[in-house]
Design a protein around this ligand. Structure first.
Ligand SMILES: Cc1cc2nc3c(=O)[nH]c(=O)nc-3n(C[C@H](O)[C@H](O)[C@H](O)COP(=O)(O)OP(=O)(O)OC[C@H]3O[C@@H](n4cnc5c(N)ncnc54)[C@H](O)[C@@H]3O)c2cc1C
Length: 322
């Protein structure tokens, strides 16, 4: 019998991503007699986040709460997950493509000696073996992957499994010991720096305003891209060229080597539309491009295009929206 465990963490991308992970899990176990379980890994969860987790339709919500997780490396978390998986007999693991999923899950897979499929965007579990789809070559191609092992793990792109969430009851909760006291990870947590932002999280925002190289400097980026994002209660994003030029912070990069987003509205200002940038935003519901060059590739994916200088167009938009 297959036993699927979805891993979520305290620093995770929030209820939206957790609900998407639960949607993936429900799709994967569509033909099983049993459902899926969720395991929360992190420091003590709030009552509100527990209530959210319990509304996602899992058979059971395991809580591996330990304040030590706040000061641990991914190696230690992977060890704790390995112990849990062996003790409880789970054979399939899933996590979203957050830092936690990308960092901890591959390590847990290595410890458990199981294969992993990353960046899953669709699953068809109606046949004898589940068929997963994942983008390759910066999203130019979609690979179909059939798993031949009965033990495996997946990271899941939350944006691909976003659906209307139907609260389905109240999963029972079971607390489990982290076993962290007995774990020697070989790496040591030294410290963390956190960028505070009043704006929504880029990965989950409904509106994203992104800027490219022509923004010139961080002050102009904040005034124009930040200003427009604030009018629309959205998040800010950037191209790698903007990040590399010091115009925008590294964690705002959208694309193949940045974040993958699929908001309801994506505004691309001064962005050429390289394949690497498109890989991170082309699934957005509505794409608006502002560019001086009518031949810019971004217009081929845009629903609305404005051939204009962003330095005059964006202030006009801000004054219309304010
Ligand atoms: C392995 C690899 C991974 C990469 N990963 C990423 C990634 O994750 N994300 C990413 O974004 N890139 C990534 N890149 C870089 C990518 O190839 C492009 O170089 C980058 O996306 C270009 O950024 P840009 O559109 O800001 O700049 P440019 O390509 O220089 O485009 C600027 C655009 O702005 C327009 N413009 C100029 N002035 C104005 C103005 N005043 N008003 C309006 N429009 C104006 C121009 O017409 C042009 O279209 C990667 C590259 C490699 C090789």
């Amino acid at each position: 019998m297959s036993k699927l465990l979805c891993l979520v963490d305290s620093a995770g991308a929030g209820l939206g991503a957790q609900a998407s992970l639960a949607t993936f899990a429900a799709d994967l176990c569509i033909n099983w007699d049993s459902g899926f379980s969720i395991c929360y890994v992190g420091s003590e969860p709030s009552a509100e986040s527990m209530a959210d987790l319990c509304s996602l339709g899992a058979m059971e919500v395991l809580v591996m709460a330990d304040e030590q997780f706040a000061r641990l490396t991914a190696d230690a978390a992977a060890e704790a997950i390995r112990t849990l998986v062996i003790a409880e007999g789970y054979n399939i693991l899933a996590a979203d493509c957050s830092s936690f999923g990308r960092d901890v899950l591959p390590r847990a897979c290595a410890l458990l000696d199981i294969p992993m499929i990353s960046d899953v965007i669709a699953v068809d579990a109606t046949g004898p073996a589940p068929m997963f789809r994942r983008p390759v070559c910066a999203g130019k191609l979609i690979a179909k992957v059939e798993v031949t092992s009965t033990r495996y793990a997946c990271t899941v792109r939350a944006s691909a499994f976003r659906r209307e969430r139907v609260p389905s009851g109240n999963s029972p909760v079971r607390r489990i010991d982290s076993g962290l006291d007995g774990i020697t990870a070989g790496t040591e947590w030294v410290g963390a720096s956190h960028v505070e932002s009043k704006r929504p999280d880029l990965s989950n925002a409904n509106v994203v305003v992104s800027g490219g190289r022509p923004l010139r400097d961080s002050e102009t980026y904040e005034r124009l891209i930040g200003g427009l994002a604030d009018c629309l209660h959205g998040a800010t994003g950037a191209t790698r060229a903007a990040v590399d030029s010091g115009i925008a912070a590294n964690d705002l990069q959208v694309g193949q080597t940045g974040k993958v987003v699929a908001p309801a509205l994506y505004i691309a200002a001064g962005i050429s539309g390289s394949i690497q940038h498109l890989a991170g935003m082309k699934d957005s519901k509505v794409i608006v491009a502002i560019n001086t060059d009518p031949e810019a590739p971004i217009f081929s994916v845009a629903d609305f295009g404005l051939v204009a200088d962003l330095h005059t167009a964006i202030p006009e938009l801000i004054s219309l929206l304010s």
